[in-house]
Design a protein around this ligand. Structure first.
Ligand code: SF4
Ligand code: SF4
Length: 130
């Protein structure tokens, strides 16, 4: 019997849509600018925005500015840590309701996935410490 994986990203793009994005650290901004071949000033002017106490990516037409027409991330190799980690967020470990909320936002989880399975994935990925 083949076991369905607990999580497999189906590249639906849902997590790249919305009114806000994750934060981008200063180091991530530098790496991003280098990857795009532009200056930090240009990165800030064209792609980033200041939100309540953090720097995030601009939203264009309801999605992150780096979300491509092909449904893929245009900066995949250097995307921010919070994008790389999603949906294995450490809050999953705290209570089952956090897991249910995240599951409701991400169709990549197996329908049979149990909370303990996902907690194991979060820990194995090294995301258990916040
Ligand atoms: S919402 Fe989940 S399945 Fe969809 S792209 Fe994001 S991580 Fe992948
Ligand atoms: S950087 Fe890439 S993965 Fe992160 S929200 Fe933007 S398009 Fe999605």
């Amino acid at each position: 019997m083949t076991m369905e994986p607990v999580f497999r990203c189906i590249q639906c793009g849902h997590c790249c849509h919305g009114d806000v994005t994750v934060s981008v650290s200063v180091h991530e901004q530098e790496v991003m600018a280098e990857y795009l071949g532009i200056s930090l000033d240009e990165l800030h002017r064209d792609y980033l925005v200041q939100r309540d106490g953090y720097t995030g990516m601009k939203i264009v037409q309801g999605h992150c500015i780096f979300y491509g027409d092909d449904g893929l991330c245009r900066i995949h190799p250097v995307k921010p840590f919070h994008c790389r980690r999603w949906p294995l967020h450490p809050s999953i470990l705290q209570d089952e309701q956090a897991w249910e909320a995240i599951r409701g936002d991400c169709p990549g989880f197996s329908r049979e996935a149990l909370w303990e399975d996902v907690c194991r994935l979060v820990k194995e990925a090294g995301y258990g410490d916040g």
